[in-house]
Each structure stands twice: as structure tokens, then as C-alpha cells.
Design a protein around this ligand. Sequence first.
Ligand code: GTP
Ligand code: MG
Length: 311
Amino acid sequence: MGIFDNFNFSKLKEGLTKTRTKIVNTINEAVTGKAVIDDKTLDEIEEILITSDIGYDTAVQIIENVRGRMKSEKDRTDLNVIETVKKELTGILDIESNFNSEQEIKTHKPYIILVVGINGVGKTTTIGKLAHNYKKAGLKVIVGAADTFRAAANEQLEIWSKRAGVEIIQKGHGADPSSVAFETVQHAIKHQYDVVLIDTAGRLHNKGHLMEELNKIKRVLSKNLPYAPNETLLVLDGNTGQNAILQAEEFSKVTDITGLVVTKLDGTAKGGVVFQIVNKQKVPIKYIGVGEGIEDLQTFDSKLFVSAIFE
Ligand SMILES: Nc1nc2c(ncn2[C@@H]2O[C@H](COP(=O)(O)OP(=O)(O)OP(=O)(O)O)[C@@H](O)[C@H]2O)c(=O)[nH]1
Ligand SMILES: [Mg+2]
């Protein structure tokens, strides 16, 4: 877990209720009453995983490993099979991150976080929640409204900055996003801020333009501070299933993503997509969104996530 004291297990469990029904209850139904789980039942479980947004390749990989682990018949009890599937799922999420924000933040002042993603995934909301958490951790926080494309984007970030009690740098609608990023960092350096969060547009005239603009922001940031940005967080909407995977692929092609934020995991039946995202991307999920409120951002913890689904 990170510097935030933001983990609320019951909230996570509640949010994942539909995902649990889809994955765990169905697996339970498939195995209950069977003295030995045969290959046909394992095929059935594979099918359940495939249709739970875990993705074809990931599901096949999981069941292959389960078969490998449970060679003898006496191993193949219903409880054992469920426990093994759970272990495999945890294993997928457990990717090593050599990046430690807590450590980095101590040695970089200001610490710059750029937040990217397509429109409507939850970037601005995530920035509001992050600002709140960093502030709660005792740090001096500023947000930069570099989404100058959408008319109401400024106002929305301003509302969040007020909620979080942090400062905001903004220019008018249509201003150059890079210049907003530039000014925010300049201000942060001058006034000794600890953390800078830069909001970006999710939609520009076209996709190429969007990626170009993000890279321009990055260039401006690193011209200001050679180490910036410290983090580039890609926000994905957990409700969009397969589309989230495609977005992660597209963004990773053009920009270095250091971490993922998967939002809207409250109330979705598609929570299984988290496994697919991690398995395909090999970029760690740093945070998950479990609601629209300021407290509804949690540090992602793979073991607790799997527990929240299975318990
Ligand atoms: N239920 C739920 N809703 C969320 C979550 N995160 C964001 N939202 C909602 O998703 C909608 C879009 O969020 P924004 O933060 O505006 O998304 P954005 O990526 O900034 O969108 P653009 O600025 O248009 O690109 C809002 O209604 C948010 O309240 C979450 O974790 N759970
Ligand atoms: Mg926004």
C-alpha cells in the first residue's frame, strides 16, 4: 500500500458484488456436488473466466496452470480447485513494480504527475481524489487544468480543487495545454509545492492530435524539470471491458505509462477486466476508483482485490 490511508475493504467488496456473482458464484455452481473435478468441469470454469472479461488468453493460461498444479485426482476437490484458481488470479495481479512513489516523492520536489486517458474515463475525478489524498498525507498540492479543449473542463477541475482544498492553475478555454502545464510547474517550483497533478483532455480533434499534444506536454514538463513527469497515469474505465485493453495498448505505443488507474469498479460486472489489463499490459495498476466521492480512490492491492471478489 502507498502513503494513503485509503483502503476500505467493505466498500471494495460491495462494489465488486456483480463481478463476484459473475465469476465466483458461477464457478461455485459448476463445482459443487462433484467429488472430483474432471477435465470437463475445468473446461467449464475456463468458459466462465472467458466470459467474465478476464479475456481468452488469460483464462486459458489460468486453467492450464490449474491443470498443471492438480495432476492427481485426490487434489481435485471442489475447494482445492477454487483455491487454486484464486491463487492463479492473485499471481497474475502480482507483478513486480520497481517504482515506489513514496520513495520518489521524498527525493523530487515538486513531484509531477500527468494524468491521461480518453474522454469520460474519470481523469478529472481521479485528480480530485488524488489531490485530496496527497493533501491528507500532509503535502502541498497544486493541480493544472491542461484540458483546455472541453468548455466546462476548467470549472469541473476547479470544483474538485475546492473540494480537496488545493490550488489550481488555469487559463481560458482554448489556451495551449502545454502552457498551462508549464505555468503550473513554474508556480510549483517558485512556491515550494510538493505535488503537481496535471489534468489533460480526453478528446481533441482526432486521436493523432491527442497523442501529439500529450507528448508536447511531456516535452514542456521535462524542459522545466529534467526528471518530469515522475508519473504518467493512464486512466481506464473498468466498465468498458475490452475497450480498456485497446486504450492501454494505444497509449502505451506513444507514451511511457508508469501506472494505471482503473475507475468505476463500483457496481460493475466487468471487474474481471482488471486481470486482463494487468496480464496484457505488464504496467502496474496503482489505484482503483470505487465511486464518485472524494474518498473513493483506493491504492490497488492485488491480494485484497482477489479476496474482495472471492469472499
Ligand atoms: N461510479 C463511479 N463513477 C466515476 C468514477 N470515477 C469517475 N466517475 C464518473 O465518471 C464521469 C466522468 O468522470 P471525469 O472525471 O469527468 O472523466 P474525464 O476522464 O475527466 O472526462 P473528460 O474530461 O471528458 O475527458 C463522472 O460522472 C464521474 O463522476 C468511479 O470510480 N466510480
Ligand atoms: Mg476531465
